[in-house]
Design a protein around this ligand. Sequence first.
Ligand code: SF4
Ligand code: SF4
Length: 280
Amino acid sequence: MASGVIFDIKEMSVNDGPGIRTTVFFKGCPLRCRWCHNPEGLSFEPEIKESGLPCLGCGLCRQPCGHEDCRPFGRCLHICPQGRLKQVGERVEASALADRIKRQADFLLANGGVTLSGGEPLAQPDFLIELERSLKPLHLALETSGQAPLPVFQAACALADLVMIDIKHMDPGQHKRWTGADNRRILANIAWLKARDIPFIVRVPLIPGVNDSQENLAATAAFLADVPALRHVELLPYNTLAGSKYASVGRTYDPGFDETRPPNIDCTPFAARGICCQVL
Ligand code: SF4
Ligand code: SF4
């Protein structure tokens, strides 16, 4: 029986695939995109999130307590007079999580399905595969960066009804500079996907001055030309609120690009290749 760490379950989601869906967010990601807006999804471990009212500096949360759930953090989650502290991330068994989601099976079968997102779901492969198998026959969408070994990618995609995958940059050096890893594994995984009949959507986060040049968009479109299983491409303009949650999990947001410059939002390189392109 496989278990894994998740940091959220969002019900009634309308932005994570077709219809109305339940989205499970896996905790932990091997990439470090400078524009990531989900800092609580980066670490693979449960952690403390601080938010809400200002800290009084009283130190009560640093004093020893007897709560079992506080032990891994060395801080008390329950004593803060400002209610600032909560655990983000929990370890769950795949079968128990599937049972929980399938309580709404009739609704999900009729209206949408389940999306497995993150963080990076492929970074917890045993948990992901068991969860996918347990969730059948619900419609399953896999939302991934593609940064995973090919056998893991193949196994997870083969169980999915729809794959939503990012292309962040076509240049390996630029990809490494802005995400921490080059793009060879991701492009190899997409190359495998292109030759299958698993429907997929490519998402391009448009980051000003990073990947929004005509040259990079044209190279992305060329890589995706003439692929029957590709449903469409989605351009996601940079979210200027991306850095807002970093301090709450003890991280610093340091994008390294000009956040104030609007990204170049241009579907024409895709249209020129006959690829449907949407701006979200
Ligand atoms: S208990 Fe709350 S207010 Fe006091 S130091 Fe800890 S976080 Fe700050
Ligand atoms: S792949 Fe997604 S979750 Fe991982 S660092 Fe990049 S934006 Fe964040």
